[in-house]
Write a protein that binds this ligand. Structure first.
Ligand code: NOJ
Length: 736
């Protein structure tokens, strides 16, 4: 009896239940075991207006390494600040700022630290446009998980990635950052990257929050110029630009970033229809939108707001929760609330969205990043292996006349390796290379030396620079070429030629490179053109001069090793283009899923063929894949019935190889006209030499055959549809 009384006394006093006197007074929001929504509500109920406003602002911390976003480093961050862009790569500075937020603010609300981790943090892997050419979503997911782990261990909780702007104009520098010209492809990689970044538990210390950007239509920038107007009909908005965002939101993307562009008269950062009606009301997204850098005050330049206060009001009321470096919300929001121009309910909702993510990331319970050495975080063997595998799969073999590749090394050939990229490390990183270091990149020459040691003689000559008009080194390169059996031309773009604020009016190689390639042709030897670049290029002038063309994109730290593998045959190329290569800049925009023409056989340019140089989906292999006919389970189906289509593909060569198959649907007649064809499914499969693999696609009519109207309403019409794979095509019908 005595014992029982003692135990119940302990229970009451809280000793055995773990509740202490201090705990009893602990607010709900500090209770790690309480449900997140309860914690959010409790905290918001305790906050002053000023504290709420500061949660909706983002400043910067650390050395700003982004030339387009030069801003004052804020040395004395307010302790109540919501977020910072963290430019450092070590957790120390972050932890110091976090300590201030936790200990010097009244309520101890942690800061969320964001950064542009676009294609790797330190283990930089290929640019996104190249990643999409792998058609390997699982591998991209793995690469994003590597980036997430390096970031989180370095003090970054949130990446401003993925960029999922459908882009069809190679002049636009930012075409490098997305997954190409097709909505479905962008949607697939949007979901994959969100899964990779966020994992299953944002609070496990290895994941970061994702940010879908730039919401929306930035890729439609007029003539490929950056930061400009976009004319997007609501039909195209739903058909083309929204699907990747819907997929990312469905995959659980924590945040989105508003876009710089003025969409048909209403800038993205003040667009109520897209930010509130679609994202919050229809898609029920419970995270938040951050503006792009200074996009709120830029509403003035765009002619939408007369001053910064009005800009704050328009952006916030349209549904934009966080002001990135615009200093409009911090300055005017409280005033706007007091004047009744912004409602307190909306401020509360916005703050809850920000806090919800902070709780999900575990920042309240574990605000600090554990200290680790750079060696423990970066360039781990497994991370490097993932980057290398992805770089191998992004390579697209565009041309291979007389099977020049893989190089025949039976007689130990001499290979002249020439061009500005042959020994270069930094340019292979691509734009937005995070905290990547050039010294970690394996240059092409070193990779070739290792790959061909004892098998070929390699001689090097620079030949020419990326641009300019210096031909002084042409002769040296030509005499190297004359001594060689094969010429390897390493050409392309500098990393600063793509990315933000890096558009080009002409997407051909600079004249000096074209001239140099023509000069090398004088040696009369087989020529392999190797390209590393951040956009599709206009290759019409140089294509006829080269026997083989290898598009390696900007591969990141794996550098020249995957390329060397393709040249030697150690790697069988499996990449296929995620974006069309036009014949010339003047042919832009040219993309596979154009709407139908009234006169399909006329109306073409008089000076070039109507086809592009290399179409979306083009890519060669060292294996030979023979496609059988497409088999339909049924020729007529009901509206709610699924239908399976299959196509057998045989690897008729002696080499194992991976084949990517693209399933396209076309709807010949429709109330709202449809594109010539639309990608609805893709699959990549390793097929062993001599084997046949049957690719399969289960068509779900509502998902794959329906179309949207200009307000996103979905319709399915009865009638004929075609499914195509390569040059195989079959018809089926839907009826009641
Ligand atoms: C501007 C860019 O448009 C955006 O993509 C990036 O995330 C922000 N700056 C932050 O660096």
């Amino acid at each position: 009896m005595k014992n029982l009384t003692f135990i119940s006394c302990l229970l009451v006093s809280g000793w055995l239940t773990g509740a202490t006197a201090a705990d009893k007074n602990q607010p709900i929001y500090k209770d790690a075991k309480a449900p997140i929504e309860d914690r959010v509500n409790d905290l918001v109920s305790k906050m002053t207006l000023e504290e709420k406003v500061f949660q909706l602002n983002q400043y910067t911390l650390g050395r700003n390494n982004n030339a387009n976003n030069l801003g004052e480093e804020v040395k004395n961050l307010p302790a109540t600040l919501g977020s910072v862009i963290y430019f450092d790569e070590d957790p120390e500075l972050r932890n110091a700022a976090q300590k201030k937020a936790m200990e010097e603010s009244r309520l101890g609300i942690p800061i969320i630290f964001g950064y542009d981790v676009i294609h790797g943090f330190r283990t930089v892997y290929p640019i996104s446009l190249g990643q999409a050419c792998s058609w390997n979503t699982a591998l991209v997911e793995d690469a994003c998980a590597v980036a997430a782990q390096e970031s989180r261990m370095s003090g970054v909780d949130w990446t401003f990635s993925p960029m999922i702007d459908v882009a069809r104009d190679g002049r636009w520098g930012r075409v490098a950052e997305g997954y190409g010209e097709d909505p479905y492809t962008n949607a697939a990689f949007s979901a994959a990257s969100v899964r990779g970044y966020q994992g299953k538990n944002l609070a496990d210390g290895k994941q970061v929050a994702a940010c879908l950007k730039h919401y929306i239509g930035y890729g439609a920038s007029e003539a490929g110029r950056d930061y400009v107007y976009t004319e997007i009909s609501n039909q195209s908005l739903w058909d083309t630009y929204l699907p990747p965002y819907e997929a990312g939101v469905k995959a659980g993307a924590a945040t989105l970033m508003s876009s710089f562009n003025d969409i048909s008269g209403t800038p993205g950062s003040a667009n109520h229809y897209i930010m509130t009606e679609i994202l919050k009301n229809r898609w029920k997204h419970d995270g938040f939108i951050v503006s792009d850098w200074s996009a709120v005050p830029q509403l003035i330049e765009q002619g939408h707001a007369a001053n910064r206060k009005e800009a704050a009001r328009l952006a916030f009321n349209a549904g934009l929760e966080m002001d990135m470096m615009g200093h409009c919300y911090d300055k005017y929001m409280a005033e706007l609330v007091k004047e009744g121009k912004i409602s307190m309910a909306q401020v509360d909702d916005a703050v809850k969205r920000v806090l919800r993510l902070k709780f999900r990331l575990g920042l309240f319970d574990n605000p600090y990043t554990p200290k680790t050495t750079a060696k423990e975080r970066f360039l781990l063997p497994q991370s490097l292996a993932t980057a290398e595998k992805l770089a191998e799969e992004t390579i697209v073999l565009l041309k291979n006349e007389n099977n020049l590749l893989p190089l025949n090394t039976k007689n130990k050939p001499t290979i002249a390796v020439v061009g500005p990229l042959a020994k270069n490390r930094p340019e292979l990183l691509g734009s937005w290379y995070g905290h990547g270091h050039a010294e970690n990149v394996l240059p092409i020459n070193e990779a070739l030396n290792a790959e061909f040691a004892g098998k070929a003689n390699l001689i090097y000559a620079d030949g020419c620079d990326f641009d300019g008009n210096d031909t002084a080194k042409f002769n040296e390169a030509l005499s190297a070429a004359q001594k060689a059996d094969i010429i390897l031309l390493c050409m392309g773009e500098k990393k600063s030629w793509s990315g933000e604020n890096a558009s080009r009016s002409i997407i051909e190689l600079p004249a000096i490179q074209e001239q140099f390639i023509a000069e090398m042709k004088k040696a009369g030897k087989p020529m392999v053109l190797v390209l590393a670049n951040g956009r599709p290029l206009g290759l019409s002038k140089v294509e006829p001069l080269c026997d083989a063309i290898v598009e390696m994109w900007q591969p990141g730290v794996p550098g020249g090793k995957p390329l060397a593998g393709v040249l030697s045959g150690r790697v069988n190329p499996s990449g296929k283009l995620s974006i069309t290569f036009p014949r010339s800049t003047g042919q832009i925009p040219v993309y596979y899923n154009q709407r139908k023409s009234a006169r399909p056989n006329s109306g073409k340019y008089q000076d070039i063929p109507s086809t592009p140089l290399y179409e979306f989906g083009h890519g060669l292999s060292y294996s030979t894949f023979n496609y059988g006919d497409i088999k339909l389970a049924k020729e007529t189906i009901k509206r709610n019935e699924k239908i399976v289509v299959e196509v057998p593909v045989t690897n008729a060569s002696k080499r194992d190889g991976a084949e990517v198959i693209h399933w396209f649907i076309s709807d010949p007649f429709c109330t709202i006209t449809r594109p010539v064809k639309e990608l609805k499914h893709f699959e990549k499969q390793l097929i062993k030499a001599g084997d046949t693999y049957v690719f399969r696609f289960e068509i779900d009519p509502m998902r794959d055959l329906s179309f949207v109207d200009s307000d996103g309403k979905r319709f399915l019409e009865n009638g004929e549809y075609f499914v195509t794979v390569k040059d195989k095509k079959v018809k089926f019908t839907i009826e009641d």
